[in-house]
Design a protein around this ligand. Structure first.
Ligand SMILES: C[S@@+](CC[C@H](N)C(=O)[O-])C[C@H]1O[C@@H](n2cnc3c(N)ncnc32)[C@H](O)[C@@H]1O
Length: 312
């Protein structure tokens, strides 16, 4: 039910995730998952991917789906725009639900909003003809913002409608209704598609080989490596007890994908030093991961080791 990087190709044929054909539906930000569960029950033929950034929500919703015997939902823990860009094949999405998205009310935070023009352009390439995004929100300013962003792409027919009853049952709907707040709803139906938005390239999990002794770690301070598209931060370096091996604790931020990973520097069979990514944490082999390996390799080189081979 919970998708891991081993399940994912860029893009991933939905049949591979569900073991059957069916309309592909995505819910972004499912929170406690009660809407998703209802949707799955009402449409047993739909293949539904719920995407959610919050680990606590993923845990709660997963328990709910298991408890309620829901079998046509897959969970992706991560960002909705990442899922749509990389996992969903072009022209395959039947529908997207966004219920009560985080409104990011301050102007300087508007860039964090999901429903901006770039997302609508991307989505138009992933929706099937007549596929649609259904938005329900209590936040009038974000609602107007989303309408305007979608309208500016010229790619959607936009209809404002009364919210469908199931969207008024979500945890946040209940919260706002209890405060007598109005709820807004719109359907954005794809009319045309933008120029292709290809998925991010996945790079082979490359590594480097160096020669020379592992350095003392006293001199290590946090490394920050900026590259086009993100930042790799090597936070800490630890020597493994009883082993001639160093592990670097690293975070790679590529906008809508943040990965925590461990990079190891250890002796290899040929008497050299191998620098590469440990499987721990199931990282996706993105460009940012490669940049992190590069960053650690450069630090080791600066400590006097010789780079024999860069396989990244
Ligand atoms: C205000 S809550 C609404 C939850 C639920 N839809 C409801 O109506 O009760 C917004 C949810 O969206 C999630 N979220 C925010 N931005 C997201 C993104 N870009 N991708 C996936 N989930 C996101 C948050 O973690 C949070 O659980």
């Amino acid at each position: 039910m919970l998708l891991t990087s081993a399940d994912l190709r860029f893009p991933t044929p939905p049949e591979q995730l569900f073991g059957r054909k069916g309309p592909l539906v995505v819910e972004v930000g499912f929170g406690d998952g009660r809407f998703t569960a209802g949707l799955a029950r009402r449409h047993p033929d739909w293949n539904i991917i719920g995407v959610e950034v919050s680990a606590a929500s993923v845990k709660r919703a997963r328990s709910r789906f298991l408890r309620e015997g829901i079998t046509n939902v897959r969970i992706y823990k991560g960002n909705g725009s990442f899922l749509v860009r990389n996992i969903v094949p072009a022209g395959r999405l039947h529908r997207v639900y966004v219920n009560f998205p985080d409104p990011w009310p301050r102007k300087k935070h508007h860039a964090n909003r999901l429903l901006r023009r770039p997302f609508f352009a991307l989505l138009s390439t992933r929706l099937e003809p007549d596929g649609a995004l259904w938005l329900t929100t209590d936040h009038e300013a974000y609602f107007r913002f989303a309408l305007e962003e979608a309208r500016s792409t010229g790619l959607y027919r936009i209809e404002q409608k009364p919210p469908p009853p199931p969207t008024l049952q979500t945890k946040y709907a209940q919260k706002w209704l209890a405060q007598d707040k109005p709820i807004y709803h719109a359907v954005f139906t794809r009319l045309a598609e933008a120029a292709p938005h290809p998925p991010d390239p996945l790079v082979p999990m490359h590594h480097a080989r160096l020669s020379g002794p592992l350095p003392a770690l006293d001199a290590f301070t946090k490394l920050v490596h900026r590259f086009d598209g993100g930042t790799a931060v090597v936070l800490e370096a630890f020597r493994r007890v009883g082993r001639d091996e160093v592990v670097f604790v690293t975070q790679v931020d590529e906008g809508d994908l943040i990965q925590d990973l461990l990079i190891e520097a250890r002796p290899d069979a040929d008497g050299g030093l191998f620098v590469g990514v440990k499987r721990f944490g199931d990282p996706l082999p993105t460009r940012g991961v490669r940049e992190a390996v590069h960053c650690v390799t450069e630090w080791l080189a600066a400590q006097g080791l010789t780079v024999v081979d860069r396989r990244y």
